[in-house]
Design a protein around this ligand. Structure first.
Ligand SMILES: [Zn+2]
Length: 365
């Protein structure tokens, strides 16, 4: 059975809208690669650390990033890995117009998948604002999965929508029936909706209305509690996504980040608060680079909850993690931490990922 990295990115800098990550990254993006490499020799403690991942973003093509990653894994003796490539629709997050739009990014990934059918397994990013209605959204997904090599869905609500947006319902119904996996970005990060917030002013899902700036407001979009009435009994008059689609195969990425409430809510959902949805997963990407976080927040529940160890997926969030450390170094440290705690690597990198990816339209090797 193959090893999987369930969460990587290979879209490059021309795919980023001008204001995608604020002014500092905007400025760094105008630097030539040699200057960025010079900067990475300096401190890691300032926003200069963005230069680390821009080194990758500035590669000529998505193909070059993929080749680099493959070489890194081979050189580090990490074994035979397959990569789940997460595409990202950045055309509707109010940050301006990128040089390379999302549909072009997808065409490049489709080409790469045709060239490397056994190496990459892409997920199709869906932003509901792209579509006039639920049927058009579903038709778009069905046109890509599995025909064009895509094996599941990527959702990034922090880009400016709520997971229970009715435009997503026909998609959810199809995914639930065919057990097609959905992976959702679940961390408060530096990529979020940068447009006008007033259009969400009276939205019933806004539970943190005091967050007037976009960075804080993203919490509303990604809130794990909104997925089940059982998690938010007082605030939830409307059913959550799992109340409506109880067998949806769903992965909360990044274990909810360093937000302890989200970590706990994800474990509660995995434990089956929602009438026993046993299709809920979480991935360890990005936070695996923080050894202290892993030791204090991930290992304890993993050791005491055997169910969680069947639901944790191995992923890294490459190349976003380059600002935390080089991929092989971070990985060796994380694997060592698991081994020292007698935790099974094979479940996390093989069986769990395979089970998550398998569906009625795709069989994971
Ligand atoms: Zn990611």
């Amino acid at each position: 059975m193959a090893n999987y990295n369930i969460h990587i990115h290979i879209f490059n800098e021309p795919c980023y809208p001008p204001n995608m990550m604020g002014w500092m990254v905007g400025l760094l993006r105008s630097f030539p690669l040699w200057a960025l490499q010079g900067l990475t020799q300096l401190s890691k403690s300032t926003p200069l650390r963005y230069a680390y991942f821009l080194e990758y973003a500035l590669k000529r093509s998505q193909y070059d990033i993929l080749q680099d990653l493959r070489r890194l894994y081979q050189e580090a003796g990490l074994g035979d890995f397959r990569f789940v490539v997460l595409t990202l629709d950045m055309d509707y997050n109010g940050a301006g117009k990128a040089q390379v739009d999302y549909l072009t990014q997808l065409r490049q990934v489709i080409e790469l998948k045709a060239q490397h059918p056994d190496l990459i397994y892409p997920l199709l990013c869906i932003h509901p604002d792209r579509f006039q209605n639920a049927s058009k959204l579903l038709a778009f997904a069905q046109n890509h999965i599995p025909q064009k090599g895509f094996v599941g869905i990527k959702l990034y609500p922090a880009m400016g929508f709520f997971p229970d947006d009715p435009r997503l319902f026909e998609l959810y119904e199809w995914c639930e029936a065919a057990q097609i996996p959905i992976l959702m970005h679940t961390i408060k990060g530096s990529v979020y909706y940068r447009g006008d917030l007033s259009k969400f002013a009276n939205h019933p899902r806004v539970i943190y209305p005091l967050y007037k700036n976009n960075k804080e407001f993203q919490r509303n979009f990604t809130e794990v509690g909104q997925f089940s009435k059982a998690l938010f009994p007082d605030n939830r008059k409307n059913p959550g996504v799992f109340d409506l689609f109880p067998q949806l195969k769903f992965c909360f990425a990044h274990f909810g980040g360093t937000d302890f409430t989200w970590n706990q809510d994800i474990v509660t959902l995995i434990n089956g608060v929602n009438g026993g949805n046993n299709n809920i997963y979480t991935d360890i990407s990005y936070v695996h680079s923080d050894a202290k976080f892993v030791a204090s927040k991930v290992l304890p529940p993993l050791k005491t909850n055997p169910l969680l160890s069947t639901k944790l997926l191995f992923g890294t969030d490459f190349y976003m993690t380059e600002q935390e450390g080089r991929e092989p170094k971070v990985l060796h440290q994380f694997f060592k931490q698991l081994r020292e705690n007698q935790l099974q690597l094979t479940a996390i990198t093989e069986t769990n990922c395979q089970r998550f990816l398998n569906s009625k339209v795709f069989s994971a090797p």
